[in-house]
Design a protein around this ligand. Sequence first.
Ligand code: CO
Length: 282
Amino acid sequence: MSERRVVKIVTGQPTSDGAGVRLRRVIGTQDLDHLDPFLLLDEFKSDRPDDYLAGFPDHPHRGFETVTYMLAGSMRHQDHVGNRGELIAGSVQWMTAGRGIIHSEMPQQKDGLMWGFQLWVNLPARDKMTAPRYQDVPPEKVPTVALADGASARVLVGEAGGVSGPVNGVATQPLYLDVTLAPHGRLSHGLPTGHSAFAYVYDGRARFGPLEDSTEVAAGQLAVLGDGELVNVATGDGTARFLLLAARPLREPIARYGPFVMNTREEILQAVQDYQRGTLLG
Ligand code: CO
């Protein structure tokens, strides 16, 4: 079995988005513009209300999927056609923007810890103008599976330890695991050959790759994994928590402008025009 190695490490960069929410951008930076089909990864983590209270007021999306996964805190999601959802600790929202949505994500707390991730996953050209779709998954619907040697994972989408995650029907066949690896733990997890893959460590540290050629990755760092059939992860004296993701690359041209991700510049201009004219939603 061929093992995936760490081919690149990037460190999240402090930035702000929405109405001034402070966050750490890990994918979608100069260091890592994208990792096909992943277009963006943000971690927001703060117990200072000033960092998050302004939230993400109304803004549009077209042409891709946004995935919000909460570890702590709560936000209310609302869109222009009346869809609404509560994003609470442990829940995941997989939103396929398709041809267009205009939505907001606003904190439902005045203080306390807000911690979570937003991921953008590209859609294939044939699906970019599809109807919007929401998969709002409450915490209790996300299975936790015990894996070997001190490892457990919450399975958001894809399969681990014979258990499938609740999110389905995604074109790029993603795997999204939230893994906890106990001290001196070991995890060996199969990933489809040819799929892009990365691990983002958000607590502690762990070594990724073959025993004789592993790379240490610390909290706040993302490891891009080279190709292979599986990845090995090991911890030292501390517990590590990390996101493990993989998906089928699209290998299509990317035209990107703010909240719109299409294949050509003309399609971007069309999206901007549709938004300005109020016809984004069709
Ligand atoms: Co959004």
